[in-house]
Design a protein around this ligand. Sequence first.
Ligand code: AMP
Length: 620
Amino acid sequence: MAYLELNVLDNAPKPIVGIDLGTTNSMAALFVDGRPQVLRPEGNSGYVPSAIWFGENGRLLVGQEARHQAAADPGHVLFSVKRFMGRGLADVGSELENVPFPAKPGENGGVRFTIRGKEWSPEQLSALILKKVQWMASQALGGKPVERAVITVPAYFDDTQRQATRDAARLAGIEAVRIVNEPTAACLAYGLDQKKQGTVAVYDLGGGTFDVSILAIEDGVFRVLSTNGDTHLGGDDFDRELVQLALEDLALPPALAQDRTLRQSLRLSAERCKIALSKDPSAELQLIAPDRGLDWRRQIARTEFEARIAPWIERTLACCRRALADAGLETRQIDEVVLVGGSTRVPAVRAAVERLFGRRPHTELNPDEVVALGAAVQGHVLAGGTRDILLLDVTPLSLGLETMGGAVAKVIQRNSPIPCQATEGFTTYADNQTGLDLHIVQGERELAKDCRTLGRFQLRGIPALPAGMARIAVRFALDADGVLAVTAKEESTGVSAHIEIQPMNGLTDGEVESMLKSSYDNAVADFDARRVADLKVELGIMLRAIEKNLPGFKAELDPETLADIQDARRAAEAARAGDPKASEIQKVRDALERASLPLSALMMDRVAKDALSGKKLGDF
Ligand code: AMP
């Protein structure tokens, strides 16, 4: 059995986008031109409201269009599906009150919604939102496919909820390269990973949820120390305070006060007023409905609004104190505070957080986008991009395969962030070669004999074909736990073989250092040795082709050419068997090529003629 010849099948880097799969809004971002940016198609914010409308006959609308249906057809719009991801019916309880569809337990312990006669799992529903985000991202990238993503989840998500998120991505046709905690992503967006050490409080106040996380940074890696929060506290409560204020002032008759359309338009007016109050000292709250004889307007002072929302803000601070206590830290031990979520634009919220922690929070980035931006930073690094001293888990030594002749094809380069994967394409070296030895090695040296052997396995059942015709893809996948899975697959038959190895097992830091040092010390000699090994393989292929084809063309070649070919063949055989320098074997190779040119010309002629008469190249 022989090792194989290497040629690259498909190794072009594909972008890894960052996706914030939010309760209220979702979006994708990508690291371009040295910074992360939200992917927005022209004339679009890039935000996908996490809403789905179910029409008749299987019609679906997702995102902004679904949200617009909420006023006209609230009975068929689903919001906040994230609240159900990876959770059982018993756990979600009161969450179901806000869902207009019946729910029942699913087979795997999850929830199933029956919507217009069809059953849906939260994963399938989230996949619809992810698909829309994927489409939006692809539009922004001029139609480029978006297939790989870093997806964020709340820090408190358990394994089942994380797996449900991965499953949703898979259903949407997206490979979730990594699941990252939302607060960690926010820290990455602010570049806090570049600190050697420190503690961060991430305060995330959205429309309907509040989360606080205390993180430790150690050598650029984040560890969640504690989390706290309230799954039903956010900007919606601020809106409700203003709605309440209006209703008190209006003193509407009960029938009118309960009117769905009126309440909806009052809620929208309240949100507009709240947003205006984030920059102006006063703003108008109004309820105008000429058909009901209503034209009510009132100026609201920021101080009045702040007095009404103070209890809600105090509740978030209580969560922060609990998170700090759980982390065993005092407020003064927090080095950085990061604000996430649209409701942190409220000046009273910012001031309260600053007072509690005794330091100014980070607010430079858009709080609605900071999580997606951080996920994009992580995606960039996982795709092999660099950012100054960004420390993530990396593989300290290259991983590769021995190729024909004893050289190494590095499949995963040293310092690649993990998890990572790469696929190389190979073909057979000999005619009718039906098996292949795979020798997996680790290290920076050019020849397999100078690297560390990690494992060997065999692929059998390759169909008998002429040399060079089989297509074998060898995939290296290094997961986040440092386990390397190598799979070799023959593409026409699908036969495959697989091995799993722990490349860093039994290696100390000192040994890694010395392996790196020996590659530097031997760099020049290794380069030459590799050239010799590769040229020997090339000579072998050339010699076999001559041996096979010469008898058939002998009559058409003049005696001088034949003698030249024989001399060059002898020199090549000697070079292959001996221990030549790279420059010597290169000369021998060039001489063989020159001598056999007339033979090659005849062969090409024959190929062209046979191609016209329908004979295949493999028939030679
Ligand atoms: P998120 O869930 O992070 O998208 O946050 C949405 C919440 O932020 C909603 O309640 C919005 O009304 C609120 N919000 C957005 N912009 C502002 C603003 N400028 N001032 C106050 N609240 C805002």
